[in-house]
Write a protein that binds this ligand. Structure first.
Ligand SMILES: Nc1ncnc2c1ncn2[C@@H]1O[C@H](COP(=O)(O)OP(=O)(O)OP(=O)(O)O)[C@@H](O)[C@H]1O
Length: 505
């Protein structure tokens, strides 16, 4: 008996292994049977080097079909897959390698020399390379290995993957995800979102993050479905290939970019049954514009690296713009006060979650882990929200974004919503920056649209009309666009840094 995620996935693979698992945008294909055989050979090659069950395999490579096969190989062998953001610079890789102590590092061929230096410094025994065209020493070693490596039995509690998160608040922490965590969440999603063997998912997300790696890939594998595998999000490619797909998963910026041209329309989406969004809040107006253009209501869901997916708008009932919907079947969600006491309908507090999907803890940080869980096993997400009388969850902000001005709590999301109502405003980001009197002063950064955009005084006047004075921005700045990372998250830390000395005498 094994609770290995690999065993579960394999049990769901189509009987006919000649079915296409993925197709690359330029017509190349990988069949289920080929992926299985190659994963076996890669597992064998890494194992022959001395990588053992429970060892971390750190990976910083561009998206390719081989990179996906490497993930499967690690699951098969019981290695802990540790994907790294492709944008990480050597210092960041150095930190992660020093912290995670991987037995092997797989990197882009061009980074080999740098990574070898990092590996030597931290005693990581093996460095292998993987290029986007299937080149590199990892594939060479796998090609030379026999198709002979029985799947390693794993317990539900054994680690399957480790993803580093929250670089925005200090040093990144490794979220330890077990076979049970990933399996439970994957099964919830496949069922809730009605994935079947007939689905074709257009995959344009990165795979170093939970969204593209777990949410998207597990839905496909657990349903025995297929995917079109793009190296990244390119608007023209997505518009070209959508007519061949049934499902698409994106971060909000994917959707605003798709809407940015008339060639994206109902016809392109005729065969689609599901669009999902997450990783960052989807603006209600994007949701509405998308529905008007395509007839599809984007299904917004909410999750975290540490927890997998937590809630989502319903598949069969109303998908409400601005809400992140209901808990997935195996997930419990509550909103609490500072003392972990559950709050009532529409009361705003910390979002806490519980279920088989919640991580085991932060790697080598037992104290930090203990802080994030209540005594009875609820995980503190750090997000702030409310649940309405129909059970829909709304995210109001993030605890780490909270601004405390003159002793009062200001939830940036509330102020942003008021500013965003103004004609001529595309979107806004509200931050707190050091202020000599108030501790923190509220500052708004606004993206204007067209000629009718309001000026600083107009934004402040509008806020004063709808919000208490302490919530009203003291200053307003205009920028052509907000700084975002690859997952579409607004980089508030960067904005705070830019404005850090604004109120200094
Ligand atoms: N649909 C959504 N609406 C609003 N916020 C969301 C949504 N989905 C995810 N989020 C936000 O993303 C957070 C989870 O993001 P993630 O685990 O990627 O790391 P992070 O905390 O943003 O930090 P880092 O990117 O530095 O790792 C959630 O806690 C929530 O704040």
């Amino acid at each position: 008996m094994t609770d290995s995620l690999y065993a579960l996935l394999e049990s769901r693979f189509p009987n006919d292994r000649s079915k296409v698992l993925l197709e690359t945008g330029d017509g190349g294909t990988v069949r289920y049977g080929e992926a299985e055989a190659m994963a076996t050979k890669m597992a064998r090659a890494l194992s022959d080097l001395g990588v053992n069950k429970g060892d971390r395999v750190a990976v910083q490579v561009d998206k390719s079909s081989e990179a996906l096969v490497l993930y499967l190989a690690c699951l098969r062998a019981g290695f802990v897959f540790l994907p790294m953001n492709t944008a990480y610079r050597p210092d960041e890789v150095d930190y992660l390698v020093g912290n995670a102590k991987p037995a092997a590092i797989v990197c882009r061929p061009a980074d080999e020399e740098t990574v070898r230096g990092i590996a030597a410094k931290h005693g990581a025994p093996h460095v292998l390379t993987l290029g986007t065209d299937g080149s590199g020493s990892l594939v060479e070693a796998a090609n030379a290995a026999p198709v002979d490596f029985p799947a390693v039995p794993c317990g539900g509690d054994d680690l399957a993957a480790m993803l580093y998160t929250s670089g925005t608040t200090g040093k990144p922490k490794g979220a330890m995800l077990t076979h049970r965590n990933l399996a439970a969440n994957g099964l919830d999603l496949v069922e809730t979102w009605h994935f079947s063997a007939d689905d074709v998912l257009l995959h344009a997300l990165p795979i170093f993050h939970a969204h593209g790696l777990f949410v998207a890939v597990h839905c496909v594998l657990l349903a025995g479905a297929s995917m079109i595998w793009l190296p990244g999000f390119k608007r023209e490619e997505v518009v070209r290939l959508l007519p061949r797909a049934t499902a698409f998963m994106g971060v909000p910026t994917f959707y605003t970019r798709l809407l940015d041209g008339d060639d994206f329309n109902r016809e392109v989406c005729a065969g689609m049954r599901l669009f999902t969004a997450g990783s960052a809040p989807l603006l209600a107006e994007t949701h509405e514009a998308f529905q008007a253009r395509t007839g599809h209501a984007i299904l917004e869901r909410y999750g975290m690296t540490e927890t997998g997916m937590l809630t989502g708008n319903p598949y069969d009932a109303e998908r409400r713009p601005g809400s992140v919907g209901f808990p997935f079947p195996q997930v419990e969600v509550r909103v609490t006060d500072d003392q972990d006491r559950p709050l009532g309908t529409d009361e705003i507090g910390g979002i806490q979650v519980r279920g088989p999907n919640i991580m085991k803890g932060y790697w080598k940080l037992p104290e930090k882990t203990a802080e994030e869980f209540t005594a009875d096993g609820w995980f503190r997400t750090g997000d702030i929200g409310r649940i309405d009388d129909r059970g829909y969850l709304f995210i109001v902000g993030r605890a780490k974004d909270l601004v405390i001005s003159g002793g009062y709590n200001v939830y940036p999301k509330e102020v942003e919503s008021v500013i965003d109502e103004l004609p001529g405003v595309v979107e806004s980001a509200v931050i707190g920056v050091p202020h000599p009197d108030f501790g923190e002063g509220v500052v708004a950064v606004v993206v204007p649209e067209g000629d009718g955009a309001p000026d600083e005084d107009a934004v402040i006047a509008h806020c004063k009309e709808h919000l208490a004075n302490y919530k009203t921005p003291k200053r307003v700045f205009f920028v052509p666009e907000l700084p975002r990372n690859t997952m579409g998250k607004v980089q508030k830390a960067q904005l705070r840094e830019e404005k850090a000395t604004l109120f200094r005498a």
